[in-house]
Design a protein around this ligand. Structure first.
Ligand code: FE2
Ligand code: FE2
Length: 240
């Protein structure tokens, strides 16, 4: 698998963002095979998913929902909790990007689903507005959580791009263009949030703790994805 550190380094160089040494230390664990989002196992599961377009369609629908709730949450935090005009503008742009990704993933889902009936097992995810009521205003925590999620997104999209580049699927080329576009945006999200996260890592031990807590939580999320994709593969491959 391509090293996460080098993917992030590339994103930061592209956007001219410098970070402290502690940042690179915090990132180090992400190059281990135990960081499931960037593992060979996850890559193989994703490749199997793309071999069954209807299964890929279901994942694109989940991505679309997560992008929508992420967009609403980021926008709500920016408007209600952020005084710094520069950070607020960056977050509002970010929220717009995620809303656009929501629509792009929904369009991909529709293309990959073809004329298959829409899946009734997808439940609407909690909305950002619901979560914002629980948000305690801890911006450092929010930025670390957002940043680690964006790093995870970069990994997922890099894998999709590699798999689609080798795919024979009719929608493969078009899907790769969409994924590449989203990947570009996610690099920008990784880069600008890294600048804030680096500052937090420099001044607080708690920031290091939060960084690994969130990274671990995205490993658990990835296991849930492995389980969901495997279940859908078993269900939708049966009877073909
Ligand atoms: Fe996104
Ligand atoms: Fe993003």
């Amino acid at each position: 698998m391509p090293s996460m550190t080098s993917q992030v380094r590339h994103a930061l160089e592209r956007h001219d963002i410098a970070v402290c040494d502690g940042y690179w230390n915090a990132l180090r664990g992400l190059d281990d095979e135990s960081y499931l989002p960037n593992s060979q196992l996850m890559h193989d599961i994703n490749a199997a998913m793309f071999s069954q377009p209807r299964v890929a369609a279901l994942r694109f629908e989940r991505h679309s929902q997560h992008e929508a709730s992420g967009s609403r949450f980021i926008e709500a935090v920016a408007r209600r909790f952020v005084d710094d005009a520069n950070l607020q503008a960056q977050l509002l742009n970010h929220a717009d990007d995620e809303a656009r990704h929501c629509r792009m993933f929904a369009a991909l889902a529709a293309r990959f689903a073809g004329d298959a009936p829409r899946n009734e097992t997808i439940h609407p995810v909690e909305t950002g507005e619901d979560n914002i009521e629980l948000f305690n205003g801890d911006l450092a925590n929010f930025l670390i959580s957002t940043h680690t999620a964006e790093v995870r997104n970069l990994t997922i999209l890099t894998q999709y791009g590699r798999i689609l580049a080798a795919s024979q699927h009719l929608e493969g080329d078009r899907a790769r263009q969409v994924i590449d576009r989203i990947h570009e945006d996610e690099m920008r999200h990784v880069a600008y949030t890294a600048a804030y996260v680096s500052r937090e890592l420099e001044r607080s031990a708690k920031a290091h703790e939060l960084f690994s807590v969130y990274t671990d939580s995205y490993v658990r999320d990835a296991w849930a994805e492995v389980s969901a994709i495997s279940g859908n593969l078993a269900r939708l491959t049966r009877g073909q």
